[in-house]
Design a protein around this ligand. Structure first.
Ligand code: SAH
Length: 341
């Protein structure tokens, strides 16, 4: 029988598991409390040695070890973590005045193939389990000594391509007796898998949905995001409008500004057109330069003009602050560099 990851269990599942080991139900509460505090089995010192041994024979607690830990002058910290099978994942801790935000990965690698993204270069290696995603959060808290008050699922991987595990992770991290994070403090970013967006809407979670749009029409989006061939812009907008109608949650659209590709005033006008009447928020991201691609970031002037054009059309827009630019390593580059070396 495979060992059970204690970090992947809800309080109720923990009870079932402990009972299946022939132990009293109240022991589950003790184990759960240790696990929620980020402890491993040997550290559960109020349990008998015999019980700890039994636990260790049948279970484990997902953990990451730290391969790289970088700190930026602005307080941003970047981590490359390793799982016991040797696979690496990238995470970031960002400090804002309203609290700390953790950006975590949901898969090892990615199969979405976006042309500007370093995370997808080697394809998908495997999904992360709910316990492994929690282990990333515990790794960030342990290494930084900080608490985390919000989470963005914007590291490596497509969360909706690993939907069951991501949903369980959300269930675990929002559990009252768990880390008890409010669903409104969780953002899930997707490249636009429409059927999964529809399914997510029906779950009516209070999380924030971010959609990586990056282009105002099919002609351009097809060139940089293969997913657009399966789910073109019109279909994506339909799913987004439905998501808003069903959940009442405003969608945030990510738009990476690529020089000479999607950053003219005409592009902004077209973008405003497709987002009309949907209470959208647009987050403009100056493209992170990725070595292997020929894409360059837009100039500051072009970003400002684009922003102005959206503003004129009453589209709510912000330009993402470039946190951690001195430690740079754009999305997925830490892992890519590690795999090369
Ligand atoms: N697969 C999900 C989440 C992971 S990517 C998604 O596509 O949304 C997180 C965000 O970073 C996405 O908006 C993605 O498009 C963006 N991104 C990837 N590479 C980038 C780069 N080089 N510069 C700027 N943003 C990038």
């Amino acid at each position: 029988m495979d060992k059970v990851d204690l970090l992947s269990l809800t309080a109720v599942e923990m009870e079932e598991f402990v009972i299946s080991l022939g132990e009293a139900k109240f022991r589950a509460k003790q184990v759960y409390e240790w696990v929620v505090k980020g402890n491993d089995i040997p550290e559960m010192t109020n349990l008998s040695v015999a019980f700890r041994e039994k636990l260790a024979q049948n279970a484990y607690v997902s953990r990451v070890t730290t391969v790289v830990h970088q700190k930026s002058k602005d307080g941003t910290e970047k981590f490359l973590f390793a799982f016991p099978d040797g696979q690496n994942s990238e995470c970031v801790l960002m400090r804002y005045h309203h609290g700390n935000s953790a950006c975590i990965s949901t898969q090892i690698g990615c199969r979405m193939g976006c042309a500007f993204c370093a995370s997808t270069r080697g394809g998908l290696v495997r999904d992360l389990t709910p316990g492994e995603m929690l282990a990333e959060i515990y790794g960030i808290m342990r290494e930084s000594g900080e608490r985390v008050s919000s989470i963005v699922l914007m590291g490596t991987g497509e969360p909706l391509d690993n939907m069951e595990n991501v949903e369980k992770f959300i269930q675990l991290i929002t559990a009252e007796k768990g880390l008890n994070l409010g669903a409104r403090h969780i953002s899930l970013s997707t490249c636009g898998l429409c059927p999964k967006i529809d399914m997510l809407a029906d779950k009516k979670l209070q999380i924030t949905l971010s959609v990586s749009l990056h282009a105002p029409n099919n002609e351009k989006r097809n060139q940089i995001m293969p997913v657009n061939k399966a789910y073109p812009v019109e279909e994506l907008m339909k799913s987004c409008r439905r998501y808003f109608d069903v959940t009442g949650r405003r969608i945030s659209f990510e738009y990476a500004m690529i020089r000479g590709f999607n950053d003219t005033r005409a592009d902004a006008i077209e973008l405003a057109g497709i987002l009309r009447n949907m209470h959208a928020h647009v987050n403009l991201i100056p493209l992170n330069y990725v070595k292997e691609s020929h894409f360059m970031p837009s100039t500051r002037e072009d970003v400002d003009a684009f922003c102005e054009e959206l503003g004129k059309r009453n589209i709510n827009v912000t330009v993402r602050r470039r946190l951690g630019s001195d430690i740079d390593a754009a999305c997925g580059q830490l892992r890519a560099n590690q795999n090369k070396g």
